[in-house]
Design a protein around this ligand. Structure first.
Ligand SMILES: [Zn+2]
Length: 95
């Protein structure tokens, strides 16, 4: 298992930056989760996600089969991060 410090160092490494670019290109700079749902995600911040999490599978850190492009929203959903209430309401209401 990788510590937070080790993960931070990884995300700053040249190897990661290089592989990250490869994944973005291979995925056409599109969110793969939105794509699976038949939606098109454009203009949002894109992240490259470890399908099996880096923390637990450091051996797959640079494995292209374990990487995919997600937008900010889908990435947050996947990791169940705290999302501000304002955002939730904004999404729920149709103006
Ligand atoms: Zn998405």
């Amino acid at each position: 298992m990788l510590s937070k410090q080790e993960r931070t160092a990884f995300y700053k490494s040249k190897e990661w930056r290089h592989v990250r670019e490869q994944v973005l290109k291979a995925n056409n700079y599109e969110c793969q989760e939105c794509k699976r749902q038949g939606k098109v995600s454009t203009g949002k911040r894109l992240d490259v996600d470890h399908i099996l999490e880096l923390e637990y599978y450091p051996e797959l850190a640079l494995d292209l089969d374990n990487l995919e492009t997600l937008d900010f929203e889908c990435h947050n959903k996947k990791h169940n991060r705290f999302i501000k209430k304002e955002n939730k309401w904004r999404d729920d209401e149709k103006w």
